[in-house]
Design a protein around this ligand. Structure first.
Ligand code: FE2
Length: 155
């Protein structure tokens, strides 16, 4: 059961990387050929000083991306709950981008990605339900079903 969930979610990770590629392409298109005056007027100047127009993964607030964003505890209940939250955080970020732009070249792919986050949330929710349905009241929050295979609490 847990192996089936893992295979499904590995495919979902591939989609997430494709989404990153789409965001990078949008950023490339938005910054291509900017003049110094446009860079200053747009507020892009601080980023430009550090990275020119190269793609550097950083939050809108300026916090650089780190591998610590990939939360993993090796427990299917914990990790799926984290995944559910990540999908909602991504959707909210897309909602905020949609509120701030009227550029159809940005809006259309962002709306597509927003829809994908909703589907991912639903798929992770299904995975969490499958995992929970395979636990009983004796082991529901008592052990890691992937690691503690000989746990006495398993019932
Ligand atoms: Fe997603």
């Amino acid at each position: 059961m847990f192996q089936n969930c893992n295979a499904h979610f590995h495919g979902q990770c591939t989609y997430e990387l494709a989404h990153m590629e789409m965001i990078s392409a949008i950023l490339y298109q938005l910054t291509k050929g900017l003049t110094p005056e446009e860079i200053k007027a747009s507020g892009f100047d601080t980023y430009f000083v550090d990275h020119t127009t190269g793609i550097y993964p950083v939050a809108a607030s300026g916090v650089p991306f780190t591998a610590s964003y990939f939360q993993s505890k090796g427990d299917i209940i914990t990790d799926l709950t984290e995944d559910l939250a990540a999908e909602q955080k991504a959707r909210t970020t897309y909602d905020n981008i949609i509120r701030l732009t009227d550029d159809p070249d940005v809006l259309d792919p962002i709306k597509f990605l927003r829809e994908r986050e909703i589907v991912h949330f639903q798929r992770f929710g299904e995975g969490l339900r499958i995992a929970q349905d395979n636990l009983n009241s004796k082991n529901f929050y008592a052990f890691n079903p992937e690691f503690d295979t000989n746990c006495k609490a398993r019932g």
